[in-house]
Design a binder for this molecule. Structure first.
Ligand code: 16G
Ligand code: ZN
Length: 548
């Protein structure tokens, strides 16, 4: 087992990447994220950690440099586990510890990790590395490379990729090519082959038009969708805006901006009834939107995508006659109308889990086919191994009826179209376009499936947000005393009312969500709940003010 001496080389390499700030930094649900200039030592250390994890798992580990929808000056890093999933929670703690130790304690802490995890340092380590388009990324990538090489690991540097593309590469490599080939071209080929088969020869179908306007958030998604387009044989024409040639990353554009501001991004023409979509800065989130004739902005967020996808898969499963259990996973933020629609009309079971992609992903794995989406537009579909084999057999089973075989074949292609490792804006875009095409739907037809309940989100500042404790997938509070009873009494007053509060995982605030039959009532309910939080959970600063 390697002692502190083994890490002497790391200590020397670390001199190029000293920890210059005392500030502690946390590996949160989306990795480390802060100003780019504060991250050099963190990147070096994550390079070392990724290599150690590679030795432990005897598999390739990924390191993605990105700060997603954050401003251009920010940056961050996330590690990717062998099957392309996010880093295991126990290692998030190790990552936090390693990022914050002093330079002189580095060898001792590394030696501790090696012995407590039982890592064999003789195993070759391999790390796949990629970055988004931020100016600070190239030098941070070098810091990761130095970290991996400090313990003689090997790096495959993909340069610029979307986050989900890197997850895809890691999965491909560790599944010996079964998932696809671990090159950029392999990614485009796998997805576009499936897309073209699903689309057939016909591009226009009833009210579906194969034209889409896309907001690339001035980020990596814009670059990569251009590459994907070359593989689509003109079956889908994507007009790209905010492609990074002039505007700033995520500035007044991108999926997060569109979702939070409930408005179209800058830099895109405002034309009524045109189908538009928006990626976030690292292309793992997507939302759709359009303007009605009277100019009203309509957002089709993760809930709308989830219901579209789950409904379509349910139809295919039914037509195939296969015995498959299909479920949808949402969080408390899912609009109440989407939950009723999917439960009552589509008859797909719905599970609710706490906020955060890993909770959704984990729950979705319990179904044969698990669809999951957060309202913010991050989501995908996962298929069990058993079901993938079953669908493959059925798609080639000539004893089935034509309809059954056809449905099984479409299911097989859909499996090929989806990036199962993590939410993927490019793959989700192709999936939504496939379903709309297949149904012959315009974006308005899609939106008309159900009407969202008006809702409002607010933030409340409190002294210590951990006094708020929740249960039932964050839908109820157990502390402070009396808060849940107060919320129940308020909700009672409004038709179709629902409200919950939870401490944010990314900001030092408490989040309040409310929905009701009218916008006025949703605003009022959210306000009244905020006041209760302020009073019962130690609010600081100004008291919440009533809606205008
Ligand atoms: C993180 C999560 C996202 C979640 C958000 C909630 C991942 C990769 N990202 O960005 O899923 O919606 O946090 O933020 O898990 P909040 O706790 O501040 O509401
Ligand atoms: Zn993102």
């Amino acid at each position: 087992m390697a002692g502190t001496g083994y890490f002497a080389a790391v200590k020397i390499a670390a001199e190029k990447h000293p920890r210059l700030r005392e500030k502690t930094i946390q590996y949160g649900t989306a990795g480390f994220r802060t100003k780019g200039e504060e991250l050099d030592h963190v990147m070096f250390r994550m390079g070392v950690l990724a290599a150690l994890r590679s030795q432990l798992k005897r598999a390739v580990i990924g390191a993605m440099i990105t700060a997603s929808h954050n401003p251009e000056e920010d940056n961050g890093v996330k590690l990717v586990d062998p099957l392309g999933e996010m880093l295991e929670a126990a290692w998030e703690k190790l990552a936090t510890k390693l990022a914050n130790v002093s330079d002189s304690d580095l060898p001792a802490v590394l030696s501790d990790i090696v012995s407590s995890c039982g890592i064999d340092t003789a195993v070759p380590a391999q790390v796949f590395l990629a970055r988004d388009t931020r100016p600070s990324s190239p030098s941070l990538a070098q810091a990761i490379i130095d970290g991996v090489q400090a313990i003689k690991g090997e790096v495959k540097d993909y340069g610029i990729l979307t986050t989900p593309q890197l997850h895809f590469m890691v999965r491909c490599e560790n599944s010996q090519g079964q998932y696809g080939s671990q090159t950029e071209n392999g990614y485009y080929t796998k997805l576009s082959n499936a897309f073209l088969k699903l689309r057939g020869h016909e591009h226009q179908n009833e009210r579906y038009h194969p034209q889409l306007r896309l907001d690339g958030a001035n980020g990596v998604g814009a670059l990569k969708i251009k590459e994907m387009q070359k593989h689509l044989n003109n079956s889908l024409q994507i007009e790209l805006f905010n492609d990074g040639s002039s505007g700033k990353l995520n500035y007044m554009c991108g999926a997060d901006y569109v979702k939070v501001q409930q408005t179209a991004p800058n830099g895109m023409p405002k034309e009524a009834r045109v189908r538009c979509a928006s990626f976030d800065g690292d292309a793992d989130r997507i939302v759709y939107f359009y303007q009605e004739k009277n100019g009203t902005f309509k957002l089709l967020d993760g809930d709308k995508i989830a219901t579209l996808v789950a409904g379509y898969l349910k139809e295919l499963v039914n037509s195939s006659g296969l015995n498959i259990n299909l479920g949808l996973v949402q969080t408390a933020y899912a609009n109440g109308s989407s939950t009723s629609y999917i439960t009552n009309e589509l008859q797909v079971p719905v599970a609710c889990v706490p906020t955060g992609v890993k909770h959704l992903h984990h729950k979705a794995l319990e179904y044969d086919i698990g669809v999951y989406f957060e309202a913010n537009g991050h989501g995908t579909v996962v298929f069990s191994e058993k079901i993938q084999d079953m669908v493959l057999m059925a798609a080639n089973d000539s004893s089935l009826s034509k309809d059954q075989e056809h449905a099984a074949r479409r299911l097989l292609w859909i499996i090929g179209l989806i990036n199962q490792t993590v939410g993927d804006a490019i793959s989700d875009l192709l999936l939504v376009e496939t379903i709309l095409h297949s149904k012959g739907w315009s974006i308005e037809d899609w939106n008309d499936a159900y009407t969202d309940l008006p809702n409002r989100q607010l933030k409340v500042k409190v002294k210590d947000r951990t006094v708020i404790q929740t249960t039932d997938a964050e839908r109820k509070t157990t502390s402070p005393k009396g808060l849940q009873e107060a919320i129940d009494a308020l909700v009672e007053k409004y038709p179709d009312g629902r409200a919950f509060v939870r401490p944010s995982g990314t900001e030092d605030i408490v989040r309040v969500y409310a929905e009701a039959e009218t916008q006025k009532n949703a605003d009022m309910l959210a306000h009244e709940v905020s006041v209760e939080v302020y009073n019962l959970a130690g609010g600081v600063g100004e008291k919440p003010t009533p809606p205008q």
